[in-house]
Design a protein around this ligand. Structure first.
Ligand code: ATP
Ligand code: MG
Ligand code: MG
Length: 379
């Protein structure tokens, strides 16, 4: 059988591996970590750094087609792999998604509104940002995730201090917008340009980390949902993208919609699709990589996803203790996913729980019951 490869061995790689194996593929994971969640369930686990020549050659020896599970895989490594193997998404698209300045420029090029912003790379640019961008959020151009590498700033003095704090890194300053809600759209685009999408997902973040995703009729106003899907498709087309792409949006209080950022891979907010749609975002990733047909996924149940962060493992004191899964699994429509991480840390994504139901109200009610049982804040 054919072997599909993935750069990165985290939970996204693990769920890709599971989807690929279910469809009859062998898998190969490249990750330096001995005990990476994906490496431990893959047929092949290449333990090497992402730019290591021998590691990349070994991955090419195993796999006919290669994808990525995290956006910070060096674009250069993807470019090198692409000399020998099918690689999707391509290095050029990943390079844009890795850099907020390039990413914003791409959104503007596609005619999709984003927050007013300025690129800040030196003292002069820090000193000369437009007054209108304050209060704002200063974000490092590269390597930020889960709200890390960003700071809220109200004044020029705070901006200056935050930029120093972020190590004078290349940054983007964004105007702080009045959010009514956040949402995201997962699209999958094939080599031939054919595209399908998952329904619009409503996202709740806590302390910069995704906490809850809801996907059901009425979770987003129709007009904004349609605009989000159209914008995500334009963004993917503009990159000549191949693979799964997630685009995050802000719904504003005045009814408008602006794009926030994109991830060149399946996304935490799309995990519900494993349990409430007939084609999951990971199956879409397998299909795009293997050149299989793309069909529009059909959501068959209303869904609410709760992220299970490491904090839950410390809920009963200082020592790490497994939460009471039996309690939540007694709820009808509860689907538990644990990522096989060997130790819990606060803020670490350990797993997620999807609650499905025949109606939005039923799914929400079950999710609220699960949240109460686990000691997760309700929503
Ligand atoms: P991710 O883990 O999704 O990659 P990230 O670290 O790249 O997150 P962002 O998505 O840019 O960070 O921002 C994190 C959160 O901060 C957003 O989901 C939103 O709640 C809030 N936020 C970011 N930018 C703005 C803005 N311009 N105005 C208001 N809130 C914002
Ligand atoms: Mg991000
Ligand atoms: Mg984000």
């Amino acid at each position: 059988g054919a072997t599909l490869g993935v750069m990165g061995g985290g939970q996204l790689g693990r769920m890709f591996v599971h989807a690929a194996q279910r469809m009859g593929y062998f898998t190969a994971v490249l990750d330096p970590d001995e005990s990476s969640p994906a490496g431990r369930v893959s047929h092949h686990h290449v333990r090497a750094d992402y730019l290591d020549e021998i590691g990349l050659a070994t991955l090419c020896g195993h796999a006919q087609a290669i994808t990525t599970e995290f956006e910070n895989v060096p674009a250069d490594a993807l470019a090198r792999l692409a000399q020998h193997r099918d690689v999707a998404p391509g290095a050029a698209a990943v390079a844009i998604a890795q850099d907020r300045a390039l990413e914003k420029a791409h959104f503007v090029r596609c005619g999709v509104d984003c927050a007013p912003h300025a690129v800040v790379t030196n003292e002069e640019e820090v000193a000369s940002v437009d007054d209108d961008l304050l209060p704002g959020i200063l974000k490092t151009a590269r390597l930020g995730y889960d709200g890390k590498g960003q700071a809220r700033v109200r004044t020029r003095a705070e901006l200056r201090a935050a930029w120093e704090q972020l190590g004078r890194a290349d940054c983007v300053l964004e105007k702080l917008l009045p959010l009514a809600f956040e949402c995201s759209v997962v699209v999958a685009r094939g080599h031939d340009g054919a595209m399908v999408h998952l329904p619009v997902q409503r996202n709740l973040h806590r302390e910069g980390i995704l906490a809850v995703t809801e996907v059901h009729e009425g979770c987003i106003p129709d007009a904004q949902a349609h605009r989000a899907i159209a914008a995500a498709r334009r963004i993917a087309d503009g990159l000549d993208y191949v693979g799964v792409l997630c685009v995050e949006f802000f719904g504003l209080e005045d009814g408008s919609l602006v794009v926030n950022e994109m991830a060149p891979r399946p996304h935490n907010s799309g995990h519900w699709s494993m349990d409430a749609a007939d084609v999951s975002q990971f199956e879409l990733q397998v299909r795009t990589l293997a050149g299989l047909p793309l069909v529009q996924p059909r959501q068959h149940s209303a869904a609410v996803m709760l992220n299970l962060l490491g904090d839950l493992w410390f809920a009963r004191g200082a020592a790490e203790a497994t939460p009471d899964w039996a309690g939540v699994l007694a709820l009808p429509g509860a689907h538990l996913h644990l990522y096989g991480k060997l130790s819990a840390r606060k803020g670490r994504k350990m797993g997620h729980l999807t609650l499905t139901g025949p109606t939005p109200a039923a799914a929400r009610e079950t999710a609220l019951a699960a949240a109460r049982q686990l000691g997760i804040a309700t929503f």
